[in-house]
Design a protein around this ligand. Sequence first.
Ligand code: FAD
Length: 489
Amino acid sequence: MSTVGIVGSGIGGIAFAIRMQLMGHAVTVFEANEEAGGKLGQLQLAGYRFDTGPSLFTMPQLVDELFELAGKNPRDYLNYQRLPEICSYFWEDQTRLKTVEDASETAKLMAEALQEDATNISQYLKDAGTKYNIISDLFLDDSLHKLSTWTSKKAMLGYANLHQLGLFQTMHQAHKKRFKNPKTVQLFDRYATYNGSDPYQTPATLSIIPHLEYNLGAYFPKGGMIEIPRSLVRLAKDLGVQFHLNEAVEKIRTTGNIANGIVTKKGSYDFDFVASNADIRPSYKKLLPETLRPGKLLNQPKSSSGVIFYWGVNRIFEELGVHNIFFSKDYQAEFEAIFKQATLFEDPTVYVHISSKVAPEDAPAGGENWFVLINAPADSGQDWDALVQRCRQQVIDKINRTLGINLEDYLVAEDYLDPRRIESRTSSAGGALYGNASNNKFAAFLRHPNYRSAIKNMYWIGGSVHPGGGIPLCLSSAKIAAKLFQENV
Ligand code: FAD
């Protein structure tokens, strides 16, 4: 039995802890915050409950897998429902569209609302599934930093189908070729934001993302998104994982190039193996200052961050669902503002998530809990106080114009996050939601490895490393790192 110390209890860190403990090791997790979960947090405000981070839960089987691996019934820990309605879309010219769990019905609804060919939309969603299947075996289950991955039978199959993956055109170019209506292009381009990227730069390969939502489904956990890390922490504790909360790691100890301990204000702990679930930038700069850094990776542009308003509203809006999008009039200019000018766009696309639609206990009777997210650049010293204030008014004006209401009459509770606050709460560099941006094919697919021979006995998990950000990929990073450990890499 070996001892393993993990820095950080984001979803990836908890999943890695479970996997290592199940392999028979003694695992200790150090978390700077008072609760585990990282970006999956919760806010209680004047009777309203908000999930502060992720709101869209896809591929729940990746969470179930951890309970099953431990021989437990997942339903004893976490329950969730598949959402019958996926997303309501609003444009200011009063075009409206609701997508639903059945992909062929969604294709029909899109065709009607956007004057598209339903068969083309159905085929697009099928193609997304095909592409997903081609790359998932290679990309989601294995390290791309091992020769055996590239020479395996699965990889050979992948190469034969490489032409289908859209590596050599941008997502926007592919969508523009495929759909007549710029609104359909905008709708599918938006999926680039699911890993914090720009559809005008990111490869068309990322159009696998709609497959997760439309073919595999959108889910919501009982008790909110916060129940995902909480249920996994319950499992981890049942298995014997130790959690040191409110204990920030100040240094990862190394002797030569071998990681062998963790130093906090409370003490210096010896471990046979160490893992970092913290973002790669602070991991190197603060925790491993004397180690040779992968400079190029650390300096790559960050994914988008967000400005998020948590609004308690004292009215029910029948026209809204669990997930809602109010689209910008000029999507290209919005992404230029975020990724080129590093600022907020004056007419931002607004995402409104209302969990009380399916979990009425999340808001007082007659009210709704609005989580309102605007894509934003990562922090590079902008005047966030001024930007947030300006953006708040622009968002309210946009919703008012689209729905014909006066939202300020109904706002009774309020808080917000901006990139600075996201960074200070989760140590994510610049407050980026998904690590580095995937704005070219190298950045998208060659992220920081889960193991580097430059620092032996150390593993890397989470949204800033391979295979990427978002709950499903962070869970995959833990699986790949555990596999590398088992293979004695
Ligand atoms: P993180 O969540 O980044 O956690 C890292 C943990 O390490 C933190 O708890 C931090 O405190 C701790 N830590 C760091 N340094 C130290 C240290 N020195 N000592 C001790 N502890 C340390 N994903 C989706 O799938 N769906 C969504 O809808 C979605 N929406 C999002 C919306 C927002 C507003 C945000 C912020 C993120 C969203 N994401 C979404 C992305 C998703 O939340 C992340 O990709 C994922 O949760 C990151 O997990 P992680 O394992 O990388 O750890």
